[in-house]
Design a protein around this ligand. Structure first.
Ligand SMILES: C[S@@+](CC[C@H](N)C(=O)[O-])C[C@H]1O[C@@H](n2cnc3c(N)ncnc32)[C@H](O)[C@@H]1O
Length: 267
């Protein structure tokens, strides 16, 4: 089976605009996490355009940070953002273009924190890809190092509405551009395949410019839907112990929120 993803991450400025509000929710969580764990060497898998990484570097701690992503467009924007930062901060960062299912970094075995944020684990569609990512990540950690995954908790009502047919069209957001020259409306329609556990989403981006011009484009984004025991089993099947599971970005226990944030530990 082939899965759709690429296109969605090629329009990076729209991606950054779209997920500004997500940063208000998850960035404080990741900043607090590095304060609690005091890592020396950190790797962010599927780091994207540096939405989280840059904020971590500006926060507390003096760790070295590496980022890995499959999309060159995302990494190019991350790199451009880094170039606007002080040199001391730039020196702490190394970016790699690669697939999280199969990577081999020079610092293999020395990372004390590896994380996979904001539903990016959902881009691991096949069991082989999932197992391979977990095993490779295990090998990149030092003994006692942590692998932290943040993803959404499946919403059964939402999925059943989209079972094997396109769901309603949802208006996801209405966003003003930073220069106030356009308004962007975002709509989605989803179809859920319960055999593959894949949610196929059609995203519609519609921009209304002050000049009266109008632009609309469609992208497809497929996401594997992880049920909680399944995600936990992946940690256990690859020799991690599970240290904690949180249910939200404000550290609520698992089950008290809409997230599953699993902390695995290399033993
Ligand atoms: C939802 S975005 C998250 C980006 C960033 N972590 C953030 O929170 O803004 C998902 C990212 O996963 C990347 N990605 C998807 N599949 C990947 C893979 N197999 N290996 C590495 N990166 C991947 C995409 O290119 C994209 O940048």
């Amino acid at each position: 089976m082939t899965y759709a993803m690429g296109e969605y991450y090629e329009r990076v400025s729209d991606y950054d605009l779209e997920y500004q509000s997500q940063s208000e929710q998850d960035v404080p969580f990741w900043k607090e996490l590095v304060v609690r764990y005091t890592p020396q060497r950190v790797l962010e898998l599927a780091c994207g355009s540096g939405r989280i990484g840059l904020e971590l570097l500006r926060g507390l701690g003096d760790f070295a940070l590496e980022g890995l992503d499959i999309a060159p467009e995302m990494l190019a924007v991350y790199q451009r953002k880094l170039e606007r930062e002080p040199e001391a901060l730039q020196r702490r960062v190394t970016l790699h273009e690669g697939d999280m299912c199969d990577y081999e970094l020079p610092n293999k075995g020395t990372f004390d924190l590896i994380f996979l944020s904001f539903n990016s684990v959902s881009h691991l569609y096949e069991l082989e890809q999932q197992l391979s990512t977990f095993k490779t990540t295990y090998d990149h950690l030092t003994l006692g190092g942590r692998f932290v995954i943040d993803t959404f908790l499946p919403d059964i009502d939402y999925l059943s509405n989209a079972l094997n047919r396109p769901s309603y069209v949802y208006l996801e957001d209405e966003i003003e551009s930073p220069a106030n020259d356009f308004t962007m409306l975002l709509y989605t329609s989803r179809k859920y395949d319960q055999i593959e556990q894949v949610q196929h989403t059609v995203w519609i981006h519609e921009k209304f410019f002050l000049t009266g011009e109008h632009e609309r484009y469609l992208t497809n984004l497929d996401m594997h839907v992880f049920f909680p025991r399944e995600l936990q089993l992946l940690f256990l099947a690859t020799d991690f112990s599970i240290e904690a599971i949180y249910g939200s970005y404000d550290w609520k226990p698992f089950g008290k929120g809409t997230r599953q944030i699993v902390v695995g530990r290399k033993r």
